[in-house]
Every structure is written in C-alpha cells, then in structure tokens.
Write a protein that binds this ligand. Structure first.
Ligand code: GLA
Length: 390
C-alpha cells in the first residue's frame, strides 16, 4: 500500500524506468517492483553483535521495471546514468567496470546457491535513494532484484529468507561485510512503523511511530569515506571483546559483566564493547518508551546513542556532529543522532510536528554556516517494505 506522498515519487520512478526499458529493450515491462531505503532510529552497530535494532523503511525507492526472458540472460539498464550491464545465469562474475551491477549479480548468485531455479530477466532500474548517504540504497537494489526473480519465477521465499540471501550476496559476492539490519527492514518494513529486530533470532515486532512527531532525515552530503575499512575494524574489535568475555557475541554481556572485566582488556576494546552493550539496552528502553508514549524519553535515548557512537565507538565525523548539534539547538527537537554506519551520511531526528518547518530551515542554516556545505533535509514517512507496484 502506498500513501499519496509516495505516489508522486513512485509515478516519477515508473515513468523513468518505463521510458528507459522501452528504449533499451524495444518492448514493454511486465511488472514493477519498488524497494524502500531505510533509516535506523536507534540500535547502531549492534546487528553484527547479535543485538537489537529499530529501523524504519522510508519513502525513497529503488524501482525496477521487469520482464521475464525465456533464456538465462539478465540484461540491466540504469535509467539514472544510462549504463548497461548483462550477465549469464550460468557464469556469474563481478563486473569491474559496471560496478553498480554487482548487487544484482550477487543476488542472482545467492539465490542459485540456495537452490532456487532462476530464468533470465530484462530490468530497467531507477532510484531516488541518495547513494553513499547511509540510507541503504544498495540493500534496496538487492531486495528489489530478489523480489523481481521471485515474482518472475513464482518462488516461495519469505521476507526473512530474502533478507538473508541478499545479505549473503553483499557479504560474499560484493565483499561488504554488513549485518542483517538493512536487508531485513527493506524486505519487511511496515508503513507508519519501525521494526524492533532481534538480530540473533530474527524475531521482529512492529512499533508504531508516535503521532504528533516527525522523523526528519538530514543528509550532511559528506559521502561516507573510510567506511569499509573502519567498519571491518569495528567488527574485529567487537569479536576480540566477545572473545575476552567468553561469549559468542556482545549481545550476551550485561553492563555489570563488562565493568567487571574492564582490567582484562585494552581501552579501545573496552570502549567498543561499552558502546554495544549500552546501545542494546538503549534500544530496548527506546521501544518501551515509544510503546508507553514517553516520546521525550525516546529522544533522550537517541541523544545518548549519538554520544556513545561519537565517543566510545568513534564512527561519527565533524559533519555529523555539526548536524546533530544544530538539531539539539533547535526548539522542538526531541532527539537527534547519526544513523547508519557513520563517517558521513545522514542524521535522524525526532521533531515535534508543530516545529518541523522551523527545524528544517534552522538546521539547514546552522549546518551550512558551520561547514560551508548545503545539506538536504526532509521529513520522511515510514513505508512498507518491498512490493509490487500496479
Ligand atoms: C551498515 C550495515 C548494517 C549495520 C549498520 C550500523 O548500515 O550495513 O548492517 O551494521 O551499518 O548499524
């Protein structure tokens, strides 16, 4: 189901992909698939520690116009930058020049590895999720592609399995060692809700977003540098901490236990563990706050999450800190923090709806003054996960 706000964006994406499809392939598409981006409200760098996350799918999409083929070829055309790529389902290799196509290739590879019989597809793709801003544009492409194969082949794959297969594509084919959060929320998001996801069991439950508040995304326009190498380093530091604490993942550690072991680990490892252990608890507390109607409390937990990511986990940067400070200075801000992997990208803010317009103007001005960069700020709607579009 789409909201009226969604419809404008989806129609624009449909028009662009249909025109590109017809020009590239000389035929009409058979169906359309849209997969949303995501924003994480709280629970950052916890997914690969088997912990808890609270993301929402947003009203920005990777959109595909698709037609099944009778052979084993997959032909891709990118409407946004006029590039093409083609591969054969019997020989799937990475494309070093058309790197954007490696997500689609990886998904085909992962589905076949899992034993799903695939047939070829013609696909035109367009996306209005900004690339490199930490809103999961790549997970959206992966999930849209998996869903396209599913629809074309009538394959029985549930939302969680789809997420796991796409995570495998990203880990083992593309080579980015991400956790499960992004693919999971893109696959299973629910309109007007965030999802509390237990990243160990993959149990999840929808949490209604509070009325009277807006979720506002502020894009620093600082593209995420360093993220791959530092991300992998954080994962290693967490694994080292779990090893010292003799647990399979930091999810199993309480703050008391961690404090009791402080002398057994170096300062950096301790701080990394401190972030993860405190963030898992903050995420559960944040869900209780939302369910209990304590929005101000929820906002305070977001603020504490930012401080922990900045000081203990060290994945923020000057631009993210400037954007968060600008938000904290605005009346009507309930909470503000960096969101996603860090080192650039976006912040997520919970703002009293009566103050939203002033927030957008004020934060844009203050951030531009502080950094010289003009940000993009927009109010997002929590949307459904991947779906067919009529
Ligand atoms: C990236 C990864 C996710 C998650 C976040 C940090 O978005 O893809 O799996 O680890 O960073 O919370």
């Amino acid at each position: 189901m789409s909201s009226p706000h969604d419809d404008v964006r989806l129609v624009a994406l449909a028009e662009r992909t249909v025109a590109t499809f017809e020009k590239a392939f000389g035929a009409s598409p058979a169906f359309f698939v849209a997969a949303p981006g995501r924003v994480n409200l709280i629970g950052e760098h916890t997914d690969y520690n088997d912990g808890f996350v609270l993301p929402a799918a947003i009203d920005r999409y990777a959109f595909m116009a698709v037609a099944p083929r009778a052979d084993r070829r997959v032909r891709l055309v990118a409407a946004d930058f006029g590039a093409r790529s083609m591969f054969d389902l019997d020989h799937i290799a990475t494309d070093g020049t058309q790197r954007w196509s490696n997500y689609q290739r990886g998904v085909a590879w992962a589905l076949q590895e899992a034993g799903f019989p695939l047939a070829g597809l013609d696909v035109a793709l367009s996306s209005d999720i900004p690339v490199g801003s930490g809103l999961s544009s790549s997970a959206a492409v992966e999930i849209a592609m998996a869903y396209a194969f599913q629809i074309a082949g009538d394959l029985a794959i549930d939302g969680a399995q789809r997420a796991l297969l796409c995570q495998k594509a990203e880990n083992d084919f593309v080579g980015m060692n991400c956790g499960i959060m992004d693919q999971f929320i893109v696959s299973l998001g629910e309109r007007d809700h965030a999802l509390l996801i237990d990243c160990r069991t993959l149990e999840y439950s929808p949490v209604p977003l509070p009325s009277g508040c807006d979720v506002v995304i502020c894009d620093t326009k600082k593209r995420r540098g360093l993220v791959d190498s530092e991300y992998n380093r954080r994962r290693e530091e967490c694994e080292r901490g779990a090893g010292i604490l003799q647990v399979s993942a930091l999810r199993d550690v309480s703050m008391d236990q961690l404090q009791a072991h402080r002398d057994t680990m170096d300062e950096i490892t301790f701080r990394r563990c401190h972030h993860v252990v405190s963030e898992c608890q903050r995420t559960l507390d944040a869900v209780d706050a939302l369910r209990g109607g304590y929005v101000a409390r929820f906002g305070q937990l977001m603020n504490a999450s930012h401080a922990s990511l900045r000081d203990d986990y060290e994945v923020s940067c000057a631009e993210l800190d400037a954007m968060v400070s600008a938000a904290w200075d605005m009346p009507g801000t309930l909470g503000a923090r960096m969101t996603g992997a860090g080192f650039g990208g976006c912040t997520v803010n919970l703002v009293d709806s009566a103050s939203t317009d002033a927030f957008v103007r004020g934060v844009t001005q203050a951030y531009t003054r502080a950094t010289g960069i003009i940000p993009e700020v927009y109010v997002c709607q929590a949307s459904d996960g991947v779906r067919l579009i009529d």
